[in-house]
Design a protein around this ligand. Structure first.
Ligand SMILES: Nc1nc2c(ncn2[C@@H]2O[C@H](COP(=O)(O)OP(=O)(O)OP(=O)(O)O)[C@@H](O)[C@H]2O)c(=O)[nH]1
Ligand SMILES: [Mg+2]
Length: 417
């Protein structure tokens, strides 16, 4: 729906603060823009409970109808999740397409998915979204389909009942199982590296990919649009400048948003699992967003759900280039590293913090092993800087913690010099 004209609307509980509502509505506007729709009008309503028929009160619905007419809108997007009946009532009353925020986010994800796994995950989320909405009373898939753009899975006129959707869900789950087995294998190979896996997390648009690019030199997709990144990506980052020989593996992945559609959460489990496996988690925070504390709290909530140990998390406050009073920063936002990913400022501090957290008990050792098999095994325990033949065996210069060195000697043999 390139340039589709949209009106946005939201219901909020009576006690909700106006500032939070404004930030939520602004975010919905950004989501619309990302999906290709221009927001030509917006309105919201505070009331103790949502209206059963229309979510918002009838007076509000009439206001939306006037807005649609005066602005020539083609679409209405609601901040809240609509049930089937509310969605249908609204469409009947307004006589144009009505979708909710979950649907919008699913559409954006669908347009972003590149990898086979990403596509399957999005498709699963779309099916999970549609299934409970296919309730009796002749609501066919064709009616649910074709929200923004023509990407949804609902276009196929053949799939007109719940049974088919259930079969499809089972099939996608099956395929995902195969893909995740491969991922499991890759992860196993990665786990046999002697260096930490460092995961970037953060609210969407916080600057994760910009930081990934600044640290790895990789030309990744960066955009002011939301959910620019979907698929996990891994690259090596050298700490060479101050710590020769040391490096870590950095992963970039999907961003978070408040009230993430539960269907996406379910289907992106495997991707989120990557974060669980990380040795260190860099939580990137966009300090220029007025609601950064709210966004930070939202991400921390997800990290808690994923049972990630807070001790593994490093707060990375980003975009300080845009802040007027940079001197007073460290005191204001809390403990963490202050950077500008786009200006590559503060990156040395960040690398130092990563080094301090993971490598502080590492040192240089020389070890002698008997054969090539042992030498290969050594590479899974320690960073091997150099190796040479000595007599019948090998000698290697390594970086490792003493604890791991002793463990290696216990399980594989060898002589530590
Ligand atoms: N001024 C400024 N802009 C930045 C900085 N870091 C990132 N940006 C901008 O912020 C926007 C989002 O950056 P991304 O790196 O795509 O953000 P992300 O966290 O990967 O976002 P998603 O992949 O959507 O979750 C882009 O327009 C970047 O150019 C920074 O340090 N300073
Ligand atoms: Mg990104």
């Amino acid at each position: 729906m390139p340039n589709e004209r949209a009106v946005i609307c939201g219901w909020f509980p009576a006690q909700q603060k106006d500032a939070e509502i404004v930030s939520g509505m602004n975010e919905l506007q950004a989501l619309c823009r990302t999906a290709g729709a221009a927001v030509v009008g917006q309105t919201w309503q505070k009331r103790p409970t949502p209206d059963r028929r229309y979510l918002v009160g009838l007076g509000k619905v009439e206001e939306i109808r006037r807005m649609i007419a005066s602005q020539d809108a083609r679409l209405v997007v609601f901040y809240n999740v609509l049930n089937t009946m509310q969605q249908r009532n609204l469409e009947d009353f307004l006589a144009i397409k009505v979708i909710d925020r979950s649907r919008l986010i699913l559409d954006i994800f669908a347009s972003r998915a590149r990898s086979q796994e990403g596509k399957l995950q999005v498709e699963l989320a779309q099916m999970l979204y549609i299934l409970p909405r296919l309730t009796g009373k002749g609501v066919a898939l064709s009616r649910l389909g074709g929200g923004i753009g023509t990407r949804g899975p609902g276009e196929s006129k053949l799939e007109t009942d719940r049974r088919l959707v259930k079969v499809k869900i089972a099939r996608i789950r099956q395929k995902l199982k195969v893909v995740s087995r491969n991922r499991e294998l890759q992860r196993h190979n990665r786990r046999s590296l002697p260096v930490p896996l460092v995961s970037l997390v953060g609210y969407t648009s916080a600057g994760k990919s910009t930081l990934f690019k600044a640290l790895t030199g990789e030309d990744v997709f960066i955009s002011k649009e939301l959910f620019a990144t979907l698929d996990p990506l891994l690259r090596r980052v050298d700490l060479h400048d101050s710590h020769p020989g040391y490096y870590f593996i950095l992963s970039d992945t999907v961003g978070f948003i408040r009230d993430m559609p539960s269907e996406l959460f379910t289907s992106f489990k495997a991707t989120l699992e990557e974060v669980r496996q990380a040795d260190l988690v860099l939580h990137v925070v966009d300090l220029t967003n007025p609601d950064w504390p709210g966004q930070k709290a939202e991400v921390e909530k997800v990290l808690r759900q994923l049972e990630i140990d807070p001790a593994k998390v490093i707060a990375v406050f980003n975009k300080i280039d845009l802040l007027a009073d940079q001197e007073s920063l460290p005191a204001s936002a809390g403990p963490g590293v202050y950077i500008s990913a786009s200006e590559k400022a503060g990156l040395a501090d960040l690398k130092e913090e990563i080094f301090r957290r993971y490598f502080s008990d590492y040192g240089a050792y020389t070890i002698e092993v008997a054969d090539e098999q042992q030498l290969d095994a050594l590479g899974r325990w320690a960073i091997v800087l150099e190796k040479s033949r000595v007599g019948d065996g090998f000698q290697a210069g390594v970086l490792c913690s003493l604890e791991k060195m002793l463990q290696f000697r216990e399980t594989h043999g060898g002589v530590i010099r």
